[in-house]
Structure formats: C-alpha cells, structure tokens
Ligand binder design. Structure first.
Ligand code: GTP
Ligand code: MG
Length: 427
C-alpha cells in the first residue's frame, strides 16, 4: 500500500491505543482502530502495533491505566516507535502525562484529523478554517507544555517562570491570529453568499457521505469536471459546484464537498458549516455509500448523524450504493440491497452506463417539480428569449412574423423569470 502514502519527510512508527468502554463492542473497537490506522497512513506514518484496554472509563490522569502505561513504554522500545496515536480526543494533561511517562509523542484522533485537514486544504477559506480550529486546539495544550517547562525552570524565586511569560505572549499571538483569520473568512464568506444567492433558484444536488465513498469520482463522472480524487481520507476539503453534463434543461447543479468520519471533531464540523451550507441549500442530497466497505452501515449512520447536526435532516435524500464493482455484483446481492434500501441507486462510479443511469434518476427526480406552460415571446424581446433558452426546455415551438408560441418545461422559478422578462417588454 506504499503508493497510497502521503509523501512526507517524516514517516514515523506509531502505536495505536484505544480504551474500550463497556458501550463499545469488539467489532466497533476493531473498526475504529483500523480507521485510526488509515488516518495515520494518510499522514505517511506506519502503525507497528495496536493496543487496547477494557475499562469502565478513561483514566483521568493517563487515559489508560498505570499497568497499561508501563506496557506501552515497553512496546515503544521493543517496536522502536516514537509516536502514540490515541483513538479518542484526550485532555491536554492526559497527553502530557502520557508523553512524560512513555517518552513518545502523543497525538489524539482529533490532532491526526486536524493534521490531515491542514495538509489537504487548498483554498484560502479552507486553510483559514483549519488554522482557526488548530489554534483553538493548540492553545490549552501549550499551557500544559509551559507548565511542564515552568516546573523545571522555576528556581527558588516565587516569580513567573520563563515558560509562563513566553506563554502569555504566545497566547496573545494566537488570539490575534484567530481574530485576523476570522475577519478574512468573513470577507470570503461574503463572496460565497453572493455566489450562492445567484444560484438560489437553480436545481441543486449535493454529494454527501463518508470520506472515501467516491463522491469526487461521481462528481467527475456527472459533471466532467476535474476535481481531485484519491484513495486517502479527506482528499476533498473544499466545495466544488458544476452543472450536470451533458446538460439538463433547465440546468442541474451538482456539488462535491468534504466527507464525514466517525468522531469528526465538533469544532471542525462547526468551522466547515459554511462549506456545508452548500449541501443544506441543495434540493436533493445524494448520499454516497461505499458498498464495498464492510462497515458501510455504520458509515451511513455516521453521515446521517452529521447531516442532522448541521440541520440537513429534512433535505430529500437519495442513497447511492457505490463501488458495487468491488463486491459480488449479482442479482442476489442487488436484491438484498434493494430490499434493505428501497429506492437506492446501486452502482459503480467507474461504469459509464451506471453513471448515465444516475444522471437519468437525477433528472427524473427534478422533473417532478417542473411545470409545462405555453409562452408567447415577441421577436423584439431578446432578453425573454434568452431567458427561455437558459431556464426552460422547449417542447414545441411555432413561429410567425410577430414571434413564437413556445411550449416550455421549467421550474416554477425559471418560468417566473421568463414572465418577468416578458412583462419588462410591455414598458
Ligand atoms: N472500484 C471502485 N473504486 C471507486 C469507485 N468510486 C470511487 N472509487 C475509488 O475510491 C477512492 C476514493 O474516491 P474519491 O472519489 O476520492 O472519494 P471521496 O468520497 O471524494 O473521498 P473524500 O474526498 O476523501 O471524502 C478513489 O481511489 C477512487 O478511485 C467505484 O465505484 N469503484
Ligand atoms: Mg472527495
């Protein structure tokens, strides 16, 4: 799997650690640790060992119990690892204690995801969003670090340690930087709002789903755009909007955006909310599921939860069971899936005929909200004619020297635009 690795100057040997609380069964634990490993691989690290411990709750001091800390220390030496990956978000002091006891650097799940987001962010907005969340994540952790230094540096004098005054300076810098970034984002958001307003009454479908489900692959196939596709987690962070190709009349917009994951850090969800608004304003969500992933049911549930969290629970949804080429694609499998997920499209993004079918389903879905009407357009009203060809499908037309009698199919909004253009002609 080496070709999948993100090129990184520091490929490190890591041990993945999870506490299994009574509410988590073995399968869920395995799945979560395997996913943590995939996240680490996306960063270029190698997971050389996995350790878990059953506990009623996390140890407040070290996340795992004292015996396990000693075991971890031994494993780190034996496996020549220098990184501990923790499958939960832990407190800054838990992380510091673990680092002190084991000598390895400690990254929790949130830190790993933030690192991936930082590396994959391309647009100014995504970069700023990720930096804000990272700074907010780092601030309390710096305090812990400084405490450690303070302990060591504070001689007999009761004054502030060097560590602490530097910390105050750093904290002010962080606050200023966050403020600056938020202002930048506000400006960018303004631009985005204008763009969104322009698209408001167009028909829009948003691709949503778990990371790596194949959203960007479908985006490419449906819109002939060149969005980035990769077999790594969180390949896409920014939203792309394109028209369905070959074009539907009236046009349908498709958007591709950031994927979801189990235990997506809450601040990150919030910071990407404006990106995800694109999905919220869509009239249809295409929920892409990787049918070849044994954990697809779980991933589907996680996606549904995040959608509910961002307020998109009520947007009409079409489930797309993707990557069917990677599982036994026979009648029985399809039938079982169709029974479990009535109405779902079962397909492979790699098969043009399946993509054509999905396009057809999309057009059919939107066709339900279309109206058919007859409009009379004089030759002299180029604006109205333009609007007709832009927003409507022309079903029949008859022309004479005055103008055309056109039977058109359009969205109610599109038709309203044509009517407005026609009224403009009166004056
Ligand atoms: N075999 C097979 N592979 C697919 C299919 N769809 C996508 N893939 C592969 O799955 C991997 C992930 O695809 P992406 O389209 O980048 O997935 P995504 O949902 O956009 O992922 P994120 O942007 O990370 O959230 C890539 O290696 C694709 O080539 C499919 O139908 N069949
Ligand atoms: Mg993508």
């Amino acid at each position: 799997m080496h070709e999948l690795h993100e090129t990184s100057s520091e490929a490190r040997r890591a041990i993945a650690v999870a506490v299994q609380t009574p509410d988590v069964d073995d399968e869920a634990l395995e799945r979560s640790l395997a996913e943590l490993e995939r996240l680490a691989v996306t960063l270029g690290h190698r997971v050389v060992g996995k350790v878990h411990q059953r506990r009623a709750h996390f140890d407040p001091g070290h996340y795992v119990g004292a015996g396990k800390v000693a075991e971890l220390k031994a494993r780190i030496e034996a496996d020549e690892a220098d990184l501990l990956l923790i499958d939960h978000e832990i407190s800054p002091s838990q992380a510091r204690n673990l680092e002190k006891e084991t000598g390895a650097e400690v990254l929790d799940r949130t830190a790993v995801i933030l690192e991936i987001f930082q590396r994959h962010a391309r647009s100014r907005a995504a970069k700023a969003q990720v930096e804000i969340v990272r700074l907010e994540y780092m601030a309390p952790r710096m305090r812990e670090q400084a405490k450690g230094q303070g302990d060591r540096q504070r001689g007999g004098i009761g004054g502030k340690g060097e560590g602490e005054s530097k910390l105050e300076l750093d904290r002010r810098k962080i606050r200023d930087r966050i403020k600056e970034l938020k202002e930048q984002l506000e400006e960018l958001e303004e631009e985005r709002r204008t763009q969104r307003a322009r698209r408001k009454d167009l028909r829009r479908a948003a691709l949503v789903g778990y990371t790596n489900a194949g959203k960007s692959t479908l985006m490419r196939a449906l819109t002939h755009s060149d969005v980035y596709i990769a077999d790594k987690l969180f390949a896409t962070l920014e939203t792309t909007v394109r028209t369905l190709e070959p074009p539907a009349r009236p046009p349908i917009l498709v958007s591709d955006t950031v994927g979801f994951i189990h235990r997506l850090p809450h601040d990150l969800v919030a910071s990407f909310k404006s990106t995800l608004d694109e999905a919220l304003e869509a009239s249809l969500l295409l929920h892409v599921v990787d049918a070849s992933d044994p954990a697809w049911r779980h991933e589907k549930r996680v996606t549904e939860q995040v959608l509910a969290e961002i307020g998109a629970a009520d947007v009409p949804r079409l489930v797309v069971m993707n990557k069917i080429d990677r599982v036994a694609d026979d009648a029985a499998t399809r039938q079982a899936l169709a029974l479990e997920l009535p109405g779902a499209v079962i397909m492979s993004a790699l098969r043009p005929s399946d993509v054509a079918e999905l396009r057809h389903v999309l057009i059919e879905h939107f066709a339900k909200s279309l109206v058919v009407e007859e409009v009379l357009v004089p030759h002299t009203n180029a604006h109205a004619l333009g609007e007709v060809y832009q927003s409507c499908e022309v079903l029949a037309e008859a022309w004479d020297e005055v103008g055309g009698r056109l039977q058109v199919r359009a969205t109610p909004e599109g038709l309203a635009r044509v009517r407005r253009a026609l009224e403009g002609d009166v004056g």
